[in-house]
Design a protein around this ligand. Structure first.
Ligand code: FES
Length: 340
């Protein structure tokens, strides 16, 4: 009898945990309600907060973790990210990797990309303890869906949105993590994820053999990937329904095309490996922009003619009918006309 009761208690606890997770997943809003302001142009905007950097710590080679403190901060769900407004005004997105229950601080981590667009360098070189930074969000484009089992494949700093997901999953839920990186020293939070279940975690130093690593992946598992573009493209090939978190948009790819700036009376060529924003700024240097990733909306312009290949995840269908984010989106044909 005692054995049976133990089994029943464990099964009951597992059921309750699974129900709690379902409730969390079902009720998870894309934009946490406390951060909402009234919609602008039909699109919700998040409230800006000024938070104090209370800790800055190197947690792996080339990776710093920042703790940003405030009061009664908007809640978030695993997978969410913050927009961080850097001292120069650049806006960059970083996944939240701390405790979602903590409403007094947010934790993010960033890897230094020496030949990047400047955001990570600014975080590493200029952000110090005691500074105030403006943040917006949190927002979640990478939510944890309900599933019987999960497969996570991450590369390097891509572990940050996945770490809170692993912590949120009830013990009885089956999951596997393939964590790839150059070497252990450069892989943030590798020991934290191993503590969550060493038998469920495969650490790969160097290039992963995805086919071999994922050969036994459970049928029907929810598959998540975050990391370098090459890794995400390889996962997309193998798992068309994979959940991806991209902080670097696919801005190039496709053919060169022409853009006419009707009000300025100029016509530009956008090369296949560049963006409309870069071409426009060469002619009109005061053109407003910020994130260059299709997240903030600063570069939105009205389209007068031509079909747009929208590559952002921000504009609504209504907005897409006559406008585009010129930092990431391109032409479907060979010509666009903008109201600039
Ligand atoms: S600059 Fe942020 S969306 Fe284009």
């Amino acid at each position: 009898m005692p054995k049976l009761r133990t089994v029943a208690v464990v099964a009951g606890a597992a059921l309750l945990a699974r129900r709690a997770m379902r409730r969390r997943i079902r009720t998870s809003p894309l934009w946490p309600m406390p951060a909402l302001e009234e919609p602008v142009s039909g699109r919700p905007r998040s409230r800006a907060l000024r938070l104090l950097v209370t800790s800055r710590e190197e947690v792996a080679e080339g990776v710093v973790r920042l703790r940003l403190e405030g009061r009664e901060l908007p809640r978030w769900e695993p997978g969410a990210h913050l927009d961080l407004v850097l001292p120069s005004g650049l806006v960059r997105q970083y996944s939240l990797c701390g405790d979602p229950e903590d409403t007094s601080s947010y934790t993010v981590a960033t890897r230094l990309v020496p030949d990047g667009r400047g955001g990570s360098r600014e975080v590493h070189e200029q952000v110090r303890e005691g500074m105030e930074l403006e943040v917006r969000g949190p927002r979640n484009r990478f939510p944890l869906v309900e599933a019987e089992s999960y497969v996570f494949v991450v590369g390097g700093i891509g572990i940050t949105p996945v770490l809170p997901m692993l912590r949120a999953l009830p013990d009885e839920v089956e999951w596997r993590l393939v964590y790839c990186g150059r070497d252990r020293a450069s892989m943030p939070f590798v020991e934290d994820v191993e503590k969550l279940g060493r038998d469920r975690v495969t650490v790969v130093e160097g290039l992963p053999d995805l086919d071999a690593l994922l050969a036994g992946a459970p049928e029907g598992a929810a598959v998540y990937c975050c990391g370098p573009e090459g890794l995400m493209a390889a996962m997309e090939e193998r798992f068309p329904r994979v959940h991806l978190e991209r902080f670097t948009p696919r801005t190039s790819g496709g053919d060169a095309f022409e853009v006419e700036l009707r009000r300025s009376g100029r016509t530009l060529t956008v090369p296949a490996d560049s963006t409309v924003l870069a071409a426009v700024r060469a002619e009109l240097p005061d053109t407003l922009y910020s994130c260059e990733q299709g997240f903030c909306g600063t570069c939105q312009q009205r389209v007068l003619e031509g079909e747009v290949d929208h590559r952002d995840e921000l504009l609504t269908d209504g907005e897409r009918a006559d406008s585009m984010l010129i930092c990431v989106s391109r032409a479907r044909g060979d010509r666009l006309v903008l109201d600039m």
